[in-house]
Structure formats: structure tokens, C-alpha cells
Design a protein around this ligand. Sequence first.
Ligand code: NAD
Length: 485
Amino acid sequence: MAITQEPKVKSFETRLFINGKFVEASDGGKFELKSPATGEKFVKVSEATEDDTNAAVAAAKAAFPSWSELSPADRGAYFKKLAKLIRESHDELAELEALSMGRPVSAYFESYVAAESLDHYAEAGYDALGTSSLNTPGFVNITMRQPYGVVGAIIPWNVPVLFLIGKSAPALIAGNTVVVKSSEKAPLTSAKIATLIDKAGFPPGVINILSGHGHISGNVMSHHMDIRVLSFTGSGRTGRIIQAAAAKSNLKNSSAANPPAIIFPDANIEKAVEQTKFSMQFNTGQVCMANSRIYVHESIAEKFIESFKKSFADLKSGDPLLPTTQQGPQADELQYKQVHAYIEEAKKVGKLAMGGEPSQHQNGFFVPPTVFLETAEDTKPMKEEIFGPVVHINTFRDEDEVVAKANDTEYGLYAAVYTKDVSRALRMAKKLDSGSVGVNCTSPTGAKDMPFGGYKASGTGREGWTVSINNYLETKSVLISVDDE
Ligand code: NAD
């Protein structure tokens, strides 16, 4: 495929942001980014070394005492400036993500959510309160909530700005300082955000942003004794490696998933088709909550499947820089190959009903919208996360059967139920092993003030406006013996 739209971005920030300065990697090392739309190399980005990672942690540690002494309002003032700069940079951030991981500019929304989150956290620091207890005779006991110190954040490539801000903002407003490692597949928006952090005037070292691979800087971070909390989002495989390395640390949010959407005969079928299709189309299926398994009641299966296929096939795929493009390429060659391997596997255990063949675009890592029917339940394509525009549509007869099938996976991040029967919806919500359940809606529907995270191997902990600050605060019990008069 040829890029038909000339990008407006002419130069890229590709350096590391350590202690308030942009620097090349200490050994001059760089890694190359390829455009997933054309397969061509287009920029080289600094690869943080062990020394660079240690320098970023040292800078964050040095910045901690004075940052944590500021009032939440004073910390929040920087957030408001950064939110404004991020909003102003929307178009550039959208292009950077289109160029590095193929997200169509038409589907870029992260700048708005990130800015809104910063505005929210700018005001939320005063929520960090301790408690008091008079339950021990002779004592007035209190708890204090205090920041940990240096927080590490290791983020994935699929919605990088959301994770960069979603992890950093609550940690920072609680008084911690932060080191973020972006994903080697999508480092450009994080580096751009670093330039905005610089413009917003954050004190040096309060937030440091590294680019590079997991086995180098990520590995140093997950073993680092001065990183007191490590917040990670990515694959279950990496989550396990980090959890093992960070056994002495105390936080990990790893999540992968293969979410089910369940369609009952009384559902609004048109709405269910459009929304379950959008869930698979959005970010080309590279979303941890994409409903890659759809269970439709056998009495409406034919009608549902026909309209789903039609709607899924209608997607306009191509140059992610074009505002009319709905479906871009997979993020890189590795993702593309993984998705194709799942497709080949699924051909052996299910019926290919649409797609599954090489895409019409000769270059670039495009996968056509693909639908399988009647895929055998106990197989890899049903049990694992595909992370591409590939959906399995199976049928069911009754509630017990579909709950058993939906829950029979090691994951549990998001499930969806379509029905007009309120009792059935709530019964299903209770029975599904999932951190979030959508009723008459599916992913990516979310709510900023609801905790987000997974059951089972889809993660530990929850994130969201009402819970995240707590993830970054220690609790100290202070026992005060009060003398009699
Ligand atoms: P990944 O696990 O390959 O990488 C995530 C991050 O970990 C990257 O920054 C990577 O460089 C780093 N990393 C890799 N190996 C490491 C190591 N040994 N030590 C330390 N860091 C290491 O995941 P990905 O491919 O970037 O992202 C896709 C995955 O993320 C999917 O499985 C998806 O389900 C999951 N995800 C979950 C959510 C959620 O909120 N639940 C959101 C987005 C993505």
C-alpha cells in the first residue's frame, strides 16, 4: 500500500527525557520504526540503556522530596497546563500513532481522554485522606496516606497516551515521582508528551520518559530497588515476568483477554450487530477488551450473522493518515504474523465465513475482517487473545450453557450481554467471571469513574478515577497513647 496522505508532522522527538532534559541513549543506541501501512522504515528512536534507566530512577528519587512537599493544588497546576497542551496537540498525536502503529487518525481519541483525566486529577489530590480511630482505650489512633516515592510505569502500544497519563497522573498527584517506559512499537506519542511536560514546566526529574525494549530498560525497572511501585499493562506473559522480577515490589496490572459478547433473542439485534462489530473494528481488534467471541442464541443466529458479516465487510481499510479510513494495518509485522497464525489454526477447528485470506493491500500489515463460525470451544483460537480483526461467532441454547462457555477461559476482563429482560441481564452480570460487564453495550464502552481491571489472569488491581490514587499511597498507622490528666 502507498501512503496517499502527506503527514503534517515533519520531525519527531526520539530522545529520552531524563531529569528535565532530552538526551540520546548513553551508548548512542537506537531502534528503527517501520510504518505498518507500508512496511518501510521511517525513523530511529533512542534505546534506553541500563545506565539511562538508572539515571531516570535516580532523577525521580532526587525530585521526590520537594515534589511530595507541594500541596495537591500546586501539583495540580502543572496538570492543567499539560492538559491544555495535549488538547492543542491532538492532530499531531493522532498522526504519530497512525505512523507508528497504524491507528487511523479518524479513530484517535486518546488526547481528549488524557486531558480530561489530567483535569480530573488536578482537583483530586485532596481526596487522599487518612482515618482516625478511638476504638483502643487510652489511644487516639490515626492513619496517614503517604506517597511511596518513585513509581515505575511500563505501558503497551495499543493506547499509549491513555496509559501514560492514566498511570502517571494519579501517581504524581499523590506526591510520587515517575519513570515511564513506552512500548518499542509506539514510542513517538510518549516522546511528544515529554516535550509537552517540559513546556508545562514540571520540575526536573518529577516525570521521566524512556523509550526502548522490555528486556533492556523494562527489565532494569522491574528489578530496581528504588522503584517502590511498578504499574504495568501489557500481555499476561510479560506480566508474569515482571511479577516474578518485582516480587519484592507490590503492584502489577497485567491484562490480556478474549471477551465474550452474548446475544439473547429479545435483544435489539441491529444495535448488537453494530456495537459488537465496532468492538472488533476499533484499533483493528488490537484492544484487550475487543469481543472476539460472540455467542448468539440459535433462534436468531442466521439473522445476526448475516448482518454482522455485511457490516464488518463494509469497513474502509487503507492509509491510516486519511480521515476516511476506518481500518488500519496491524501494529507491526510480529502482530500481523501472530494474527495470521491464529487464522490458520482457526481454519482447522472452525468454519471460515469471511476474510481469512491475504489482504487486498500488497504492502503493509493489513488483515481483512475475518469471521469464523462454529469454532470448537476447547481450542487455542477460542481460548487465547488474538488481538486482530478476527471474531468467532458460536451459538447457544440456554443461559447455563452460555455462561459455562463464556467463563471457560483463563481471562476475565470484559463481557457483554444483550437482552431487554432486566432480571436476565443482572443474573448474567452476576454469573460472568469478568471485571466489567456491559449490558446492552460492549467494549470499548467504559466509564471513567468505574474501576477497570480483570478477573483471573486478566490482571490484578483496578484502575480508574475513583481508585487509582489509592494505588499510589502507602497507609501508615500512628498509635498515640494519650496520658490521663
Ligand atoms: P507486551 O507485554 O508485549 O509489552 C508491554 C510492555 O512491557 C512494553 O512496554 C514492553 O516493552 C514491556 N516489556 C516486554 N518485556 C518486558 C520485560 N521482560 N520486562 C519488562 N518490561 C517488558 O504487551 P503489548 O504487546 O505492548 O500490549 C498488548 C497486550 O496488552 C495485550 O495482551 C492486551 O490485552 C494488553 N492490554 C491490556 C489492557 C487493559 O487495560 N487490560 C489495555 C491495553 C493492552
